[in-house]
Design a protein around this ligand. Structure first.
Ligand code: NAP
Ligand code: MG
Length: 485
């Protein structure tokens, strides 16, 4: 068996508990590797290493330039190994190879962006009304605990590691139990690039046995989490015990809103792209498709027609547009929502397992029409290729339905009327709003949600703020006694 060890304090190690967990290829359902099934004692070693690296040794002595250069070197390694990394990502997640290649490029770009930003972290001179110099210094927050999901494994690792390292933090990162392989592959280069031991630690394992101890650990200063709202709530509660700083990115039930005056073909295309890209396993998926009544039936028909042309197949095949879901658990979850939907609304496309696949976690891209926004398929995050199409009458109703959700991660609006599009942009309660597009994401622009989609912002200059403390320094310039007593 291909046993891939995890990375703690500069070494590839097994778990102290000696157990291993299987990692699958979801297109064949075969085990392709095993990684350590970590326990709290392993997390403790990783946190101790990160603590020591933050408090002593070479890392606190690095300049912003040094840290920036390390991140550029890491980006170079990723670009050089991009073919292997993309193939491994595709095999482990089931995502089409072409999408995995985009992810790997975005991963390198993310490290480059924060490599550049490392030298642009600036303090402030506070204009205090005294004979004094008052400064605000920016300092790294300390040891960052980082817990990520399985939908964009390497890219999510970069979104967490890059700003933390640029800021001067040290990291303990737990990949999702399903998808630990690409970040462990990359860890093979950390030492050679020049990261001191303990600066980056990758701990594999399950959420309750390896994730929870990171959040609870008293020596972790900050927790950054991307995943489900249910786990986000557990993390927030646990972090309260030691008053940790927390950032949460918790997914959503994002509306993709189509007015009758939008370009019809671009709109239909955008509706499908918004909800089916990456098998629909996207936190910002446009899973509620709101369509103005006057084009509604034509729009639904066109979506159904075009969905028939989506090519499902093996992830490594270059013409595959949709691969299997990431795991058996996720397959069963999505299958159950397909059945729930059948009891609530009108099934117009897909609705089951991909019949032609004799193995692998393949489900059909599925569309429900005539969905009511109160239906479970309109309220609960499916995290798979299941679209809920909801008709609306006019702008006011569109906005009301769009905002009638506990989530607020993303939204999109399609219209050629700039006034209307911008009114909707302002009225929608979401952290990311696209106009006449859905899903493009840039490392230069902020990412994060309103409401129960979490708080904190990743990417751009906002991303690094999450890993910085502010220290106020007051320097007295008067040599006189205070003269109070
Ligand atoms: P999840 O359970 O929220 O997992 C996300 C990460 O948190 C994983 O690394 C997970 O470990 C870890 N975790 C789980 N329980 C934890 C705990 N008590 N303390 C600390 N860490 C913990 O998500 P999932 O199981 O992968 O998927 C379930 C649902 O989450 C999906 O169907 C979807 O609705 C949502 N989701 C959202 C996003 C997003 O980008 N917002 C991404 C993925 C999933 P394990 O790997 O062991 O679970
Ligand atoms: Mg899980």
């Amino acid at each position: 068996m291909n046993r891939v060890r995890m990375y703690i304090n500069g070494n590839f190690v097994e778990s102290g508990g000696k157990a291993w967990l299987p990692v699958y290829d979801p297109s064949t359902e075969e085990v392709i590797a095993e990684v350590p099934d970590s326990i709290a004692a392993d997390v403790d070693l990783a946190v101790k290493a990160a603590r020591a690296a933050f408090d002593q040794g070479a890392w606190p002595q690095t300049t912003p330039q040094d840290r920036g250069r390390l991140l550029f070197k890491l980006a170079d390694v990723i670009r050089r190994q991009s073919a292997q990394l993309a193939e491994l990502e595709s095999r482990n997640t089931g995502k089409p190879i072409v999408e995995a290649e985009f992810d790997v490029t975005d991963t390198a770009t993310c490290f480059e962006y924060y490599g550049g930003i490392a030298t642009k972290i600036m303090g402030y001179v506070n204009p205090v009304p005294d004979n004094a110099l008052s400064l605000s210094l920016r300092e790294p927050v300390g040891v960052a605990g980082q817990i990520i999901p399985w939908n964009y494994p390497l890219l999510m690792a970069a979104w967490k590691l890059a700003p933390a390292l640029a800021a001067g933090c040290t990291c303990v990162l737990k990949p999702a139990e399903q998808t630990p392989l690409t970040i462990l592959e990359l860890a093979g280069s950390f030492q050679e690039i020049g990261f001191p031991p303990g600066v980056i630690n990758i701990v594999t394992g399950f959420g309750d046995t390896a994730g929870a101890p990171i959040v609870a650990h008293p020596d972790v200063d900050k927790v950054a989490f991307t995943g489900s709202a249910a786990v986000g709530k557990l993390i927030l509660r646990s972090a309260a015990d030691s008053i940790k700083r927390v950032a949460l990115e918790l997914g959503g039930k994002s509306p993709n809103i189509f007015f009758a005056d939008s370009d019809f073909e671009a709109a239909v295309d955008g509706a499908l792209f918004g909800v089916f890209i990456n098998q629909g396993e996207v936190c910002s998926a446009g899973s509620r498709i709101l369509v103005e009544r006057s084009i509604y039936s034509k729009f639904v028909d066109a979506m159904v027609e075009k969905t028939r042309t989506i090519k499902l197949g093996p992830p490594l095949s270059r013409d595959t547009k949709m691969g299997p879901l990431v795991s058996k658990e996720q397959y069963e979850r999505v299958r159950s929502y397909q059945e729930i939907g059948k009891g609530e609304a009108r099934l117009v496309a897909g609705g089951g397992r991909l019949q032609s696949a004799d193995r692998g976690y393949y489900v059909e891209p599925t569309i429900f029409a005539d969905v009511n926004n109160n239906h479970r398929i309109a309220r609960e995050e499916v995290f798979g290729p299941v679209a809920a199409v909801i008709p609306f009458e006019g702008e006011t109703e569109a906005i009301r339905i769009a905002n009638d959700t506990p989530y607020g991660l993303a939204a999109a609006v399609w219209s050629r009327d700039i006034f209307r599009a911008l009114r909707v942009v302002k009225a929608v309660r979401a952290g990311i709003v696209w106009v006449n597009h859905m899903q493009p994401t840039y490392v230069e622009a902020p990412w994060g949600g309103y409401k129960q989609s979490g708080f904190g912002r990743e990417l751009g200059p906002w991303g690094i703020e999450e890993y910085l403390e502010t220290k106020q320094v007051h320097i007295n310039l008067s040599e006189q006694p205070i003269g109070w007593y």
